[in-house]
Design a protein around this ligand. Structure first.
Ligand SMILES: Nc1ncnc2c1ncn2[C@@H]1O[C@H](COP(=O)(O)OP(=O)(O)O)[C@@H](O)[C@H]1O
Ligand SMILES: [Mg+2]
Length: 253
């Protein structure tokens, strides 16, 4: 069977500045792939190119066996995306938003209604009634965006920093949903700059630094002789930062 995601030489520059530099990703099916890297490493730019939101300058992208540049609709039918900036239509209620997204995917009304109610209950959003999503907290918006990404029963989920800015309860709900999704054969591609999340949740890890893919393996291989933190610091090469920095902070104590 084809890989969930496969890229060859994927690259993107903005005004001549390279953001993603010839990366070859290989993401197996039914795994939780953590795409880890410091701020500005190129994670969001990569995820945008994998989901058809941004055209690459160079390179090939295959998603679930389809060439993204030739069969973008076949890909979009089968993936769910939670982008960094969420992109909700904020003048809708949660139910209206799910209805809108479900109709775009062509779901039958009864199927859409049943799935919406199930997802709203799972995300603890069923009581939001007539509240417009513009009044939602950040965590509520993230949960709604995740619900919308699942409504058409995708095979592959792309999540850009999904744990950023949410409380521990929302975070636990999100973890449970993702684990269940992978148990049922789904694949999750998740970006994060937080080591603990990747360490706890992911089965496979890719590390990106300054646009280059510097490590890619199963988490167990990566952590065989090492902590993920050490592997990350080593890959990113930021060890030995100036120890005397901020020494003045203790001066008045
Ligand atoms: N639309 C854009 N225009 C110009 N530069 C961009 C744009 N998007 C991203 N970049 C630059 O590309 C690099 C990678 O950004 P990004 O992919 O957002 O990193 P990450 O998600 O890992 O924090 C950064 O240097 C960023 O400033
Ligand atoms: Mg980002």
């Amino acid at each position: 069977m084809s890989m969930a995601v496969e890229t060859v030489g994927l690259s993107k520059a903005f005004s001549g500045k390279v953001a993603v530099d010839r990366i070859d990703l290989r993401v197996q099916r039914a795994c939780m792939y953590g795409f880890l890297g410091p701020n500005g490493a190129g994670k969001s730019t990569t995820i945008k190119m994998l989901t058809g939101l941004l055209a690459p300058d160079q390179g090939e992208v295959r998603v679930l066996g389809y060439d993204l540049s030739l069969q973008p609709l076949e890909v979009k039918r089968r993936i769910g995306v939670v982008p960094e900036d969420l992109c909700l239509f904020e003048n809708l209620t949660a139910r209206e938003y799910l209805t809108f997204i479900g109709r775009m995917h062509g779901l039958a009304p009864e199927v859409l209604r049943a799935r919406s109610e199930e997802l709203l209950a799972l995300m603890e959003l069923e009581a939001t009634g007539k509240t417009l999503t513009l009044e939602f907290s950040h965590g509520m918006k993230k949960k709604l965006s995740l619900a919308a990404s699942l409504i058409h029963a995708p095979e592959l989920l792309f999540l850009d920093e999904p744990f950023e800015g949410i409380d521990p309860i929302a975070s636990r709900t999100l973890r449970t949903v993702l684990e269940r999704f992978v148990e049922r054969g789904g694949t999750v591609f998740i970006t994060s700059h937080i080591l603990e999340i990747v360490e706890r949740l992911c089965t496979h890890v890719g590390i990106i630094h300054k646009g280059r893919l510097v490590r890619q393996s199963s988490k167990s291989d990566l952590m065989a002789n090492d902590s993920l933190e050490h592997a990350f610091v080593e890959a990113v090469g930021e060890a030995g930062k100036d120890e005397s920095a901020l020494s003045w902070l203790g001066d008045s104590v």
